[in-house]
Design a protein around this ligand. Structure first.
Ligand SMILES: Cc1cc2nc3c(=O)[nH]c(=O)nc-3n(C[C@H](O)[C@H](O)[C@H](O)COP(=O)(O)OP(=O)(O)OC[C@H]3O[C@@H](n4cnc5c(N)ncnc54)[C@H](O)[C@@H]3O)c2cc1C
Length: 450
């Protein structure tokens, strides 16, 4: 340990157990989290490379960590390992000509958005956690969010990166080139690799012109089937800039906290937006209103007011913390091809009933990506067992419907037992070969994904 401390700038390495404690878990609060040997707060690429060279030499595990908002246990510390935090790596430069930004991984998503907005530009990916998650964590999990239904996910905006490999080698992949087909598509290999293949120390991000003003539609439905039918009818008609869903539990949990007049009697609520240019935003919103009414909405509200629209978006973003007030959450991220969305949502309701647990469903509905939130009391052993049974059954259901166990949060430690069922033996073996080639001593985030 002493030689690692000597290789890094003073104050980079934390070994105080009280301080280490705060770096053991991410938002998934994995009870199996280990006790790390130390936390390294890297100030730059050289610190990351020095740490990995040392760890590789001594066969010590390294868990990369952004802001610790992950929901799959990917940033869970391992016993005797190093937590490598990027929180001090926060530089950004913006190039308005190519519409790109070069950012270090520790900057929060919201800070990236604010910095590029000063140049009249927009970085679209917007996880609900945008104010508390790092851009490096977003790239490592291929984060999604609310505007992905129209604008895509993090992978669609990563043009290049600098990444430090397990043995400390620093490589640069891609760059500020809007087209580049030289060599294998290695940049994309690292997007979504959840800290298991390398540590991302810099990202080159593609930017768009500022988003036009949005029109917002909020619709309540008396049945889940009406709500999911309306979702498919909207996506079959136009391309909204947001199409989000909350079920009755989430509506009431949000309303308890925010008091904004949501329909507490509804089985499901849609928040949909359009950012089509000029008058077309209003026109698209009117079409969405008509579709919701046709599909049996009990209430439909349409606003052009940006603050009102933002308030409904904020309410949807707040759904996870609001439902968390009801108990400890096991948080799912299952997704299906859109035509199977209704089967997934009604199937989850059946799983909740069978296991006698509350499962609230919120969704980036336009992507077919749902977040069933399984509420339980961890001091009640029987309930916890039922909650874990439901957790597995929901992933089994998603796989059976041709879907995925994770749309945007990643596999981490919580979902890895189900990955072989989704990918099959050949793809698992290929994944293992790639991991072994890049990290032969398996020091990078061991126990995550594989
Ligand atoms: C309330 C709430 C709402 C959320 N909503 C969304 C949402 O809408 N969409 C969404 O996609 N996610 C959402 N999330 C999940 C989470 O915010 C994202 O997964 C986010 O991308 C994690 O970023 P982070 O910086 O916190 O990463 P961490 O939790 O620190 O790490 C996540 C993973 O990335 C790895 N990692 C982190 N930084 C690096 C790096 N520089 N190099 C290599 N590997 C690295 C870690 O090892 C870990 O495996 C939500 C979370 C919360 C708490």
């Amino acid at each position: 340990m002493r030689d690692l401390i000597d290789r890094l700038p003073g104050g980079s390495v934390i070994t105080d157990p009280d301080l280490l404690y705060g770096y053991r878990q991410d938002w998934a609060r994995d009870p199996g989290a280990g006790n790390p040997l130390a936390v390294v707060r890297a100030s730059g690429t050289a610190d990351v490379a020095a740490t990995l060279r040392w760890a590789n030499q001594h066969r010590i595990a390294v868990v990369p960590r952004g802001a610790g908002s992950g929901l799959s246990g990917g940033a869970t510390a391992v016993d005797g390992g190093i937590v490598l935090s990027t929180e001090r790596m926060r530089a950004i430069t913006v190039d308005p000509i190519t519409r790109t930004a070069v950012v270090q991984p520790g900057l929060l998503n919201a800070e990236v958005k604010r910095a590029v907005a000063e140049h009249g530009l927009w970085y679209p990916p917007d996880p609900s956690s945008f104010e508390i998650c790092s851009i490096g964590g977003n790239a490592a999990t291929n984060a999604g969010g609310l505007c992905c239904v129209k604008y895509g996910v993090t992978a669609d905006y990563v043009l290049g990166m600098e990444v430090v490999l397990a043995d400390g080698t620093v490589v640069r992949l891609g760059g500020p080139r809007l087209k580049d087909s030289a060599g294998l598509s290695l940049t994309k290999l690292f997007v979504g690799s959840e800290g298991t293949l390398g540590v991302i120390t810099e990202l080159t991000l593609r930017l768009l012109p500022a988003q036009p003003p949005q029109s917002t539609v909020v619709a309540s439905f008396a049945t889940l089937t009406d709500a999911t039918t309306a979702i498919l009818a909207i996506t079959g008609t136009l391309r909204p800039s947001m199409l989000e869903f909350m079920d009755a539990v989430a509506i009431n949990a949000v309303e308890d906290e925010m008091r904004m007049g949501l329909d507490r009697e509804a089985a499901g609520l849609l928040v949909a937006r359009s950012d089509a240019p000029g008058e077309f935003a209003r026109r698209e919103a009117e079409i969405m209103v008509a579709v919701c009414q046709r599909e049996g909405a009990t209430e439909v509200f349409h606003t052009e007011d940006p603050e009102e629209g933002a308030a409904f978006t904020a309410a949807r973003r707040f759904a996870i913390p609001a439902v968390e007030k009801l108990g400890t959450l096991l948080l799912e991220d299952v997704g299906v091809p859109l035509p199977r969305l209704g089967d997934l949502i009604t199937g989850v309701a059946a799983i909740a009933e069978r296991n006698d647990v509350i499962v609230s469903v919120i969704a980036h509905a336009g992507d077919g990506n749902t977040h069933p939130l399984i509420v339980h009391d961890p001091t009640d052993a029987a309930m916890t067992e039922r909650a874990h049974a439901a957790f597995g059954e929901i992933m089994d259901l998603a796989i059976a419907l041709g879907g995925t166990i994770t749309g945007e949060h990643g596999v981490g430690r919580l979902k890895k037992a189900w990955l072989p069922d989704q990918l099959g033996p050949d793809v698992m073996a290929l994944t293992r070969r790639i991991k072994d080639a890049l990290d032969p001593h398996s020091i990078l985030n061991p126990g995550s994904i594989l």
